[in-house]
Design a protein around this ligand. Structure first.
Ligand code: FPP
Length: 233
C-alpha cells in the first residue's frame, strides 16, 4: 500500500452476512460463521498495517430480538470463539476488550469473555474492542444516569469518559459493509467527526484489498473538524 495516513481507531459495521449466505442458498448461520472468519482476517490485517485500535459491531442490542434459532446460533459462535477457538483471538496479539452489556449472555459465555479479557490485558500492540449487546443510545442514557446519580455536571471530556469507550480516541474511520448507509445505533456520540465509508460488498466477501482501498480513501480526505485549514479562504 502506498504511503498513507492511517486511522488510529478503525470501527467496523460488519453487515450483510445473512444476504451473502442467502445468495448462495445457504442458511444465515453459515453467513455468520464466514463473517466471524472474515472478522479475524480483516482485523488482523488492520493491525498489521499499523492501525492501533479496531472496534467491531459484533452484536447490537437490537440484534437480540432476532428469532431464537438465529440467536442461539450467534451465541454458539460467540461461545466457540471465546473458548475452543480462543487461540484465534490470542493469535492476534492484541488486548481484547468486550464492550456492551454481557449480563444478557449465559454464564459460561460471560466467564469465557472475562477470561479472554484477562489473558490479553497486558498486550500493548493494539486494542481490539468487540461490541456485544451494544447500543449507543443505551450507552448514552446510562452515562447520563451515572452523572445524575453522582449529582454532577459534565463537559465533553468527562461525559466521554462515562461511555464504554472511556478515554479511547474517537473512531477516525467507520466502515460499513452490506450497502446500507446508516450507523444503526453504533458509537453515535463518538462518531461526531468520524469519516464514514460505505461498501456494497457483503461482510464475508470484504477483502484485505477492500480494507486498504477504504483506508486509502480515508487518507485522501481533508479532516477539518468544523474548522478551516490554514491558508484557505
Ligand atoms: C450482520 O449481518 C451481522 C450480525 C448481525 C451479527 C454478526 C455477529 C457475529 C458474526 C458474531 C460475532 C462473533 C464473535 C466471536 C465476536 P446480518 O445478519 O444483519 O446480514 P443481513 O443484513 O444480510 O441480514
Amino acid at each position: 500500500m502506498k504511503q498513507i495516513k492511517l486511522p488510529t481507531h478503525l470501527a467496523l459495521i460488519m453487515d450483510g452476512n445473512g444476504r451473502w449466505a442467502k445468495r448462495r442458498f445457504r442458511p444465515r448461520a453459515y453467513g455468520h460463521r464466514m463473517g466471524v472468519q472474515n472478522m479475524f482476517r480483516i482485523c488482523t490485517h488492520a493491525f498489521r498495517l499499523g492501525v492501533r485500535i479496531v472496534t467491531v459491531y459484533a452484536l447490537s442490542t437490537e440484534n437480540l430480538f432476532r428469532p431464537k434459532e438465529e440467536l442461539n446460533e450467534l451465541f454458539d459462535l460467540i461461545r466457540s470463539y471465546f473458548t475452543k477457538k480462543k487461540d484465534k483471538l490470542l493469535e492476534m496479539g492484541v488486548k481484547v476488550n468486550v464492550i456492551g452489556d454481557i449480563t444478557v449472555f449465559p454464564p459460561d459465555i460471560r466467564e469465557s469473555v472475562l477470561n479472554v479479557m484477562d489473558e490479553t490485558k497486558a498486550l500493548t500492540e493494539g486494542l481490539f474492542n468487540i461490541c456485544l449487546d451494544y447500543g449507543s443510545r443505551q450507552e448514552i442514557v446510562r452515562a447520563v444516569n451515572i452523572a445524575v446519580s453522582q449529582g454532577r455536571f459534565v463537559d465533553e471530556a468527562s461525559f466521554s469518559a462515562l461511555l464504554s469507550t472511556g478515554s479511547l480516541p474517537d473512531p477516525d474511520l467507520i466502515i460499513r459493509t452490506g450497502g446500507e448507509l446508516r450507523l444503526s445505533n453504533f458509537l453515535l456520540y463518538q462518531a461526531a467527526y468520524s469519516e464514514l465509508y460505505f461498501s456494497n460488498k457483503m461482510w464475508p466477501e470484504f477483502s484485505k484489498r477492500d480494507l486498504e482501498k477504504a483506508i486509502e480513501n480515508y487518507s485522501a480526505r481533508d479532516r477539518r473538524f468544523g474548522n478551516v485549514r490554514e491558508g484557505t479562504t
